[in-house]
Design a protein around this ligand. Structure first.
Ligand code: GLN
Length: 208
């Protein structure tokens, strides 16, 4: 697997280290051309305002939007903000995940916290994952197609909509690589040749 990590700013090195431990190739993404041939893309934590400004200078924002229309993308914290369809008091950036977020809604840097999470779909489901929350966005609305994978204080903190994954916390800052494994499985599924109706042995039937 070749997985891109948006490397304009923020915690991209930590994700690269996680992927290396899972035998996946991590590709730093700074320009639209760097998206070519990738099986998936991680948008790391950091500062979403800086990332979107830098991405806008080269057209990387629209290239990532087109990439995410077809391929798996995982947004972490600031990356989740980039994915959101709606951001309170701001224009959306990529709009690939049908949620509304409010930035910094869990408080300042000093109010960072760690919470035990049970994320559905991970290996060893009975073992909590340490969720590290640093100036995390709060998800205040989830669209009908969005699956909530984990909650904290009754609010969604891990979400999935088809091939788009989002987390408000930072798994790359722990030694637990189960979220990265989960995303790599999405990338494997996403890169499989699409099954056609002929493969299934069905005749194409006009409908409507
Ligand atoms: N507060 C940051 C933002 O709004 C996100 C923080 C993070 O990624 N840890 O972009």
């Amino acid at each position: 697997m070749r997985v891109g990590i948006l490397a304009l700013q923020g915690a991209f090195a930590e994700h690269a280290a996680m992927l290396a431990g899972l035998d996946a190739e991590a590709v730093p993404v700074r320009l639209p051309a760097h998206l070519e041939g990738l099986d998936g893309l991680i948008l790391p934590g950091g500062e979403s305002t800086s990332m979107r400004r830098l991405a806008g200078l080269t057209g990387l924002d629209s290239a990532m939007r087109a990439f995410g229309a077809e391929r798996p993308v995982w947004g972490v914290c600031a990356g989740l903000i980039l994915l959101a369809a709606c951001i309170r008091d701001e224009d959306p950036c990529l709009g690939l995940l049908d949620i509304t977020v409010e930035r910094n809604a869990y408080g300042h840097q000093q109010e960072s916290f760690v919470a035990d999470l049970y994320v559905s779909g991970l290996e060893k489901p009975g073992m909590p994952l340490q969720g590290v929350f640093i100036r995390a966005p709060r998800v205040t609305r989830c669209g009908g197609g969005v699956q909530v994978l984990a909650q904290v204080q009754g609010q969604p903190v891990a979400l999935r909509q088809g091939h788009i994954l989002g987390s408000a916390f930072h798994p790359e800052l722990t030694t637990d690589n189960r979220m990265h494994r989960y995303f790599l499985n999405m990338c494997v599924a996403g890169s499989a040749p699409k099954e056609t109706s002929r493969d299934r042995g069905h005749d194409e039937v006009a409908s409507g």
